[in-house]
Design a protein around this ligand. Sequence first.
Ligand SMILES: [Fe+2]
Length: 285
Amino acid sequence: MAIAKFRFSKKLIAGYSALFLLGVLLLGYAVFIEPRQLIVQHYSIALPHWSPKLNHLKVAVLTDLHVGCLSVPVSKLRRVIATTNAEHPDIIVMLGDFVASHGRKSSLKPEEFVHELSALQAKYGVYTVLGNHDWWYNGEAVREELQKANIHVLENESAELIVNDTNLWIAGLADQWTRAPNITLALKQVPLGAPCLMLMHEPDLFREVPESVSLSLAGHTHGGQVALPFIGPPILPTEMGSKFARGLIVEGEKNYFVSSGVGTSVLPVRFCVPPEICVLDLTSQ
Ligand SMILES: [Fe+2]
């Protein structure tokens, strides 16, 4: 009996050891491998409120760079820029959280890396909103550096573009966690029914955006950073639910898009949510 008990214990120890080793391997992958990857996700989106003259407008979406976090040194930012340019986008939109900070301290200051973004190339320009981490650090300082890099920062305001002899509007909301977003103000200049992209950092105001807006875009969620197979992300920093973790969401005539972005915050991990650049091919429904 004693011998049988000893054998069982050895099996148990072997089982626990295998589990421990698997845990270490998965943690190593989530900390050191996946966050360093970079994928390009292509989406073809048919919009109900869009002009046929704007068909196949190519919009690159970059968000949550968190430059200075463990997996996003300046060299990775350069790789993100080169990969985006290689897609030859018509417009680049950025959705906030440029810095890696949880307060007034940041591992890299905006003046140490934002100038790199001036290398982004898009026929009709680069537009952005700021995120909660930018404002926790110093939103004005981030905005100033972005403007120096020729990036249009939108806060409750819009910009008008002429594309193929057609007006296209890009509106941007103030960050919801740290500022006072105002959809009415952001759309004040936009004629009702005109093609319009609405940028915001958090997706929580998606459903407040009027149906006339062609597409609303947000970042912030990081896709949860960890998405368990068959379960999805256990934690998401939004009240919108896991449906809004990332990707295209269609509700009636409204179209929403969330990118899980590039960097990390809180924990330096990504699992089944690799860093991404999204490229949207927009057409009329
Ligand atoms: Fe973020």
